[in-house]
Ligand binder design. Structure first.
Ligand SMILES: [Zn+2]
Length: 416
C-alpha cells in the first residue's frame, strides 16, 4: 500500500503514438482519444497512482464547452472512467467539481445531487464534495490582519456554504457507490482547522484540503500544524492541486495520504526556462516554433514584422541542425548560432547571453540520452524541442515520469 498517492488530473492529455517526427504528421486515420495514448499507456511502470477527473472539464460550464466533445462525453458516461481511460483497476480514481472554473461566481453552479450523479455515472472510487474556493489567506500571527470587514465576511460565507454542501453531500452519497471526501477551505490555519473539525463531526474520515495552490510551503505546513490539533487519528487528507514533491514525506506526518497536481506536465508545456526535468537538474527546452502553426509566429508574419520565407528557412535550418547535432554530424556552435538567429525573430530578450547559456547547457549535457523513460528512449532529442503538442506533451509525460520517481524516493524515507 502506498503511503501517499499521487493523482493526475485529467485534462485530455494524450499523444498520438503514430506521430511521424520526420514528416511532422499525425496518422490520418487516427481517431482522437480512442487511438491516442495516455501516460499510463506509454510507460511500462506507473507515473501516477490514479486519475482525478473534474465535472467542469468533462461537461463544460455555463455554456462554455468542456474539453470533451459531445461524443467523447457520451462515451465517458457509457463506458465509465476505467474503460474510457483504458485504466487498469489497480489505479484509483477521484472526482471533483473543478471549483477553479467557477471561483468568481456567487455560488457553485451545480446542485449537490448533480455532482453525486456525475461521480456515480463516471464510476469513480472517490468523490469530492461540491466546494467553493476561498481565495484569501493570511497567517493567524499577523500583527495587522488584512482580512477584515467585507473580505472576512465573504470568507465566512463561503466556509459556511462549503460546510452546508458537505453535509448534504455526505447524506446523498450514502446511497451511491463512491466514497465521499469533504473539502476543507479556510483563510487562515485556524479557519482550516475549524473546517476540518466540523467535517469530522459530520462523519467524514476523508477530507480534501482546498485552495492551497497559491500558498507557500511554509503556509501549508502551518495549516497542517494547526489542523493537527483537531485531526482524528483516522482522518486522511488529500491536498488539492499541491505539488511540493520534496515535502511529501513531511506532509505524510500530518495525515496526508494523497495529492494531485498537473505541474510536472504543465511545466513541460509552458515553462519557458526550465521545462525538461531530471531528478537533480532542470533544463530548458529548445524552442523551434512552427512558422505556420505557432500563434506568435503567425502574428509576426501577418503584421509584416517577420518575413515568412526567411522565418521558414531558419525554422528548417534549426530543425535539421539539432537532429544532425544529435547524430554527431553538426557542431554545437553551428546549432546555437542558428537557434539564436531564429530567436531574434520572435523573442524580445533573444539577445540575452543567459538564453544562449541555457541552450548550450542542454546541448552539451544531452540529458535525453541518459533518461531511462520510454519517451526519451523512443524520440531522443525531439523531447527537448519546444514545438507543438506532439513533442511538448511528451516532454510533459517525461516530467511526470521523473516527478513520480522523486515521489517514490521521498516515500522511501518514511519509516513503516
Ligand atoms: Zn525521459
Amino acid at each position: 500500500m502506498k503511503k501517499v498517492k499521487f493523482y493526475f488530473p485529467d485534462s485530455h492529455d494524450f499523444v498520438d503514438p503514430s506521430f511521424d517526427f520526420e514528416k511532422e504528421t499525425n496518422n490520418e486515420h487516427r481517431v482522437i482519444q480512442r487511438d491516442d495514448k495516455y501516460a499510463h499507456e506509454i510507460f511500462s511502470s506507473p507515473v501516477y497512482d490514479g486519475i482525478l477527473v473534474s465535472k467542469a472539464i468533462v461537461e463544460g460550464l455555463s455554456g462554455v464547452k468542456g474539453r470533451y466533445s459531445v461524443a467523447q462525453r457520451q462515451r465517458f458516461f457509457r463506458e465509465g472512467i476505467y474503460r474510457f481511460f483504458r485504466l487498469p483497476r489497480s489505479y484509483e480514481t477521484i472526482g471533483d467539481c473543478g471549483a477553479f472554473s467557477y471561483v468568481k461566481e456567487e455560488e457553485p453552479p451545480y446542485k449537490v445531487e448533480d455532482v453525486a450523479e456525475f461521480y456515480t455515472n463516471s464510476g469513480v472510487t472517490y468523490g469530492i464534495a461540491m466546494d467553493h474556493i476561498i481565495f484569501d489567506y493570511e497567517s493567524d500571527n499577523v500583527k495587522a490582519p488584512k482580512i477584515v470587514g467585507e473580505r472576512l465576511e465573504e470568507c465566512l460565507r463561503r466556509a459556511e456554504l462549503n460546510l452546508e454542501n458537505a453535509s448534504k453531500f455526505l447524506h446523498v452519497s450514502k446511497s451511491e457507490p463512491f466514497t465521499p471526501y469533504g473539502v476543507a477551505h479556510g483563510w487562515s490555519p485556524s479557519s482550516f482547522a475549524d473546517s476540518v473539525y466540523n467535517l469530522q463531526a459530520m462523519g467524514y474520515t476523508r477530507i480534501a484540503l482546498g485552495g492551497m495552490i497559491p500558498l507557500k510551503t511554509k503556509d501549508i505546513l502551518e495549516i497542517l500544524e494547526c489542523v493537527k490539533d483537531v485531526r482524528n487519528t483516522k482522518t486522511q487528507f488529500h491536498l488539492l492541486g499541491v505539488n511540493r514533491l520534496e515535502y511529501i514525506a513531511e506532509f505524510h506526518k500530518y495525515g496526508v495520504t494523497s495529492f494531485d497536481s498537473t505541474s510536472p506536465l504543465m511545466q513541460g508545456l509552458k515553462d519557458d526556462k526550465f521545462n525538461y526535468h531530471l531528478p537533480n537538474h532542470k533544463y530548458t527546452s529548445i524552442a523551434i516554433p512552427q512558422v505556420d502553426a505557432n500563434n506568435t509566429m503567425r502574428k509576426l508574419v501577418a503584421s509584416g514584422t517577420v518575413n515568412q520565407d526567411d522565418a521558414l528557412k531558419l525554422e528548417k535550418l534549426c530543425l535539421d541542425l539539432v537532429i544532425k547535432y544529435d547524430k554527431g554530424l553538426a557542431s554545437k556552435e553551428s546549432v546555437l548560432h542558428s537557434l539564436c538567429e531564429y530567436e531574434k525573430l520572435y523573442l524580445k530578450d533573444a539577445h540575452l547571453k543567459s538564453r544562449r547559456e541555457l541552450m548550450d547547457k542542454v546541448l552539451t549535457d544531452k540529458p535525453w540520452k541518459n533518461c531511462p523513460c520510454e519517451i526519451c528512449q523512443e524520440i531522443g532529442i525531439h523531447v527537448i524541442l519546444k514545438r507543438a503538442a506532439a513533442r511538448n506533451r511528451r516532454r510533459g509525460f517525461h516530467n511526470l515520469f521523473n516527478a513520480y520517481n522523486t515521489i517514490r524516493k521521498e516515500l522511501e524515507k518514511i519509516p513503516d
